[in-house]
Design a protein around this ligand. Structure first.
Ligand code: NAP
Length: 262
């Protein structure tokens, strides 16, 4: 029997075929889950609709997580279509480019609040609104990054948002556990995607990190997806509030042997 037979999984954050959310949706589908795809803007609709047949779904919903009306309409539509939800994948983040390029100390109030609203509060509001539909229990994951723990140049306000996201995972896990809903996060190593491309020097970062992980390489999106399968299935039934590093071990290193740069 497939790991996720009969499970209904709502996936947020598919922008294109390179998105981590898309790799996760494909992995969940291949293990038996029914997939719903949520996208943020009308301009993405065509792209998401063209991907949807690959995961055999026509459950496609518009939801900008900054709009309460979108969230309310989404919950109503999902309740009508599915009656319940078992899995939520939160793969959403945003910060203004200038807040990533400038010094962190120069972050504007508006930029700070926007990054926190889209990248952190969205997890809280989605957990809040979908809790009643997770009547059989469930599993929620969010996507984080090492910049939550240590300073990574140009990650800036996004690092602060990821720290808050990881803390939110723990607070949500402690409360929703009473209803057998688990909440975890994957702290992924760098992978080239639309959002990642917005970071100044991302290619150099890939090369720097790839040279310094215990596995001597970067990760790929399928490795994030396989760990997501673990966290979203019964394989991890005793795990909640955890931040699982999928980063080829980068986070454990204090210092490497001297290496030659490529
Ligand atoms: P991505 O493909 O660009 O996905 C980011 C998604 O967030 C997009 O679908 C984007 O939609 C969505 N989003 C932004 N604002 C939104 C809003 N208001 N409402 C709903 N959705 C919104 O990039 P990704 O790398 O896969 O990112 C997914 C997650 O992984 C993020 O949390 C990111 O921080 C995390 N992560 C990525 C890496 C990496 O190296 N790639 C590493 C660690 C963690 P729009 O395109 O419409 O804005």
């Amino acid at each position: 029997m497939s790991l996720l037979n009969g499970k209904k999984a709502l996936v947020f954050g598919v922008a294109n075929k390179y998105s981590l959310a898309w790799a996760i949706a494909q992995e969940l589908k291949s293990h038996g889950a029914e997939i719903g795809l949520c996208y943020s803007h009308e301009r993405l609709e065509r792209r998401v609709k063209s991907l949807a047949p690959e995961v055999d779904t026509d459950s496609i919903y518009l939801c900008d997580v900054t709009k309460d009306d979108d969230i309310t309409a989404l919950v109503q539509a999902v309740e009508k279509d599915w009656g319940k939800v078992d899995i939520l994948v939160h793969s959403i983040a945003f910060a203004d480019t200038e807040d990533l390029n400038n010094r962190y100390v120069e972050t504007s109030r508006a930029g700070f609040l926007k990054a926190m609203e889209i990248s952190v509060y969205s997890l809280v509001t989605l957990a809040q609104t979908f809790e009643p539909l997770m009547m059989d229990g469930g599993s929620i994951i969010a996507l984080s990054y090492y910049g939550a723990e240590k300073v990574v140049p140009h990650y800036n306000v996004m690092g602060v948002a990821k720290a808050a996201l990881e803390a939110s995972v723990r607070y949500l896990a402690s409360e929703l556990g009473a209803n057998n809903i688990r909440v975890n996060a994957i702290s992924a190593g760098p992978v080239k995607t639309l959002s990642a491309g917005a970071f100044h020097g991302f290619r150099d970062m890939l090369s720097y990190v790839g040279n310094r992980t215990p596995l001597r390489r970067n990760i790929d999106r399928s490795e994030v997806a396989k760990s997501a399968l673990y966290l979203l299935s019964d394989l991890s039934s005793g795990v909640t509030g955890e931040i699982l590093h999928v980063d080829a071990g980068y986070n454990i290193m204090g210092m490497m042997e001297p290496i030659e740069e490529d």
